[in-house]
Design a binder for this molecule. Structure first.
Ligand SMILES: Nc1ncnc2c1ncn2[C@@H]1O[C@H](COP(=O)(O)OP(=O)(O)O)[C@@H](O)[C@H]1O
Ligand SMILES: [Mg+2]
Length: 379
């Protein structure tokens, strides 16, 4: 398409003459008999070049230029060639200052006029080409940035998986022996407690400390061992209610922490790996408990819909800082002095292996809710 012109002159004869000259050259041309009409047209349509008479009654050429800049602010701009009557006028200088690209003095020869037009059209075309190149360049730049980001992500993941593999190796070396030893300690302390039935609160307190420490050690060990080898999910049918109850029961909770579980009777069984899912629940519930050192409430709610179940575990604890939200599922991310930061990473992986997902909502000093979505049929 050829460039589109708008000839603006209050002298109808002159205006028509210039319009004809330009259309004879093959350009698309429109005309405006004065400033007002010109502004109206510029508002509705884009013109590549305005041929603008400076001296016009009411709205003169300078005013037209000012309005043009306002209308086209932030958009593609028209080029302006001004036509001026007297050499002594200072307005052409003002027009050039306002961004006019050229000016032609009246009276002029048609061939000089056309020469100026041709030159400016050439410049416009070059400008357009340049803009296309700039557009392409910034697109390439954007793509490059994306690739660099992807590379960084891949590198981070590689570093993680290498760290995890290393942890897994160490864990599998000692983990199984440790687990057996913990089992022996657990059994022995259970036997000790039952053959020692006493009302002595001090002794009972020590038993409960021992029990808590044992559960904590088992949890840490399980999380570490999770990375020791490719773990297969072994699914079985289990009642969701008993799964949640068992998950709650393995976490030793202080008496200042209340629990509430709401399960609609319509939710029956679900098809998951019970051991792994209990590990998930234990990790989330023990985080909830740790976030409420002064006590609080843990509520578990479930809903099911179209072969999917949603499990919400809510606490009234410290909440999670916004800046940490994106990191909490990363392995080794912890804000606790004695944390190892594997609990949520393990939970997320297990849930994803069940084709589910986990989300979190949290408000500082109000509490957090972890939401687990799972398919009930296990597919
Ligand atoms: N219920 C919660 N309330 C507050 N913060 C939490 C909660 N659950 C997780 N977090 C945050 O997420 C981090 C990672 O949790 P996790 O992976 O279990 O590792 P760890 O418990 O060893 O720190 C915690 O250190 C804590 O900052
Ligand atoms: Mg934890």
């Amino acid at each position: 398409m050829t460039e589109k012109f708008l000839v603006i002159d209050d002298d109808p004869g002159f205006c028509t003459m210039l319009t004809r000259v330009l259309s004879d050259e093959g350009y698309r041309v429109d005309k405006a008999l004065g400033g007002e009409e010109a502004i109206e047209k510029i508002r509705n349509e884009f013109f590549d070049i305005l041929i603008l008479d400076i001296k016009m009654p009411k709205i003169d050429g300078i005013e037209v230029m000012k309005r043009l800049r306002e209308i086209q602010r932030g958009k593609e701009e028209s080029d302006v060639i001004i036509i001026t009557g007297f050499i002594s006028e200072t307005t052409p200088i003002e027009a050039l200052r306002l961004g006019a690209v050229d000016y032609i003095m009246k009276p002029f020869e048609i061939k000089d006029f056309l020469h100026s037009i041709e030159r400016n059209v050439k410049i416009i075309r070059l400008k357009r080409e340049r803009n296309i190149y700039i557009g392409e360049l910034s697109e390439t730049n954007e793509k490059l940035k994306q690739t660099i980001n992807e590379l960084k992500n891949t590198r981070d993941k590689l570093i993680y998986s290498e760290r995890l593999a290393a942890i897994g190796k160490v864990a599998s070396g000692v983990g199984h022996d440790l687990r057996n030893l913990l089992g022996i300690i657990e059994n022995a302390s259970f036997l000790l407690k039952s053959s020692f039935k006493t009302k002595n609160t001090k002794i009972n307190k020590y038993f409960s400390i021992l029990y808590k420490a044992l559960q904590e050690s088992k949890k840490t060990l399980d999380d570490l061992l999770h990375f020791s080898k490719e773990r297969k999910i072994e699914k079985a049918k289990i009642s969701l209610k008993s799964l949640l109850q068992e998950g709650l029961d393995i976490v030793p909770l202080k008496s200042n922490i209340k629990t509430k579980m709401k399960i609609p009777s319509t939710i029956g069984s679900i098809y998951v790996d019970p051991l792994r899912m209990k590990q998930v629940l234990r990790n989330i519930i023990s985080n909830a408990a740790q976030s409420m050192p002064k006590g609080g409430k843990i509520s578990i709610n479930t809903k099911s819909k179209n072969n999917h179940v949603k499990i919400e575990i809510n606490d009234t604890g410290s909440g999670i800082d916004k800046k940490h939200l994106k990191n909490i599922f990363e392995p080794f991310f912890t804000t606790k002095t004695k944390g190892i930061g594997l609990g949520l990473a393990v939970a997320k992986e297990i849930i994803e292996k069940h084709n589910g997902k986990i989300e979190v909502k949290s408000k500082i000093n109000k509490g957090s809710t972890f939401i687990i979505h799972l398919p009930t049929q296990g597919n």
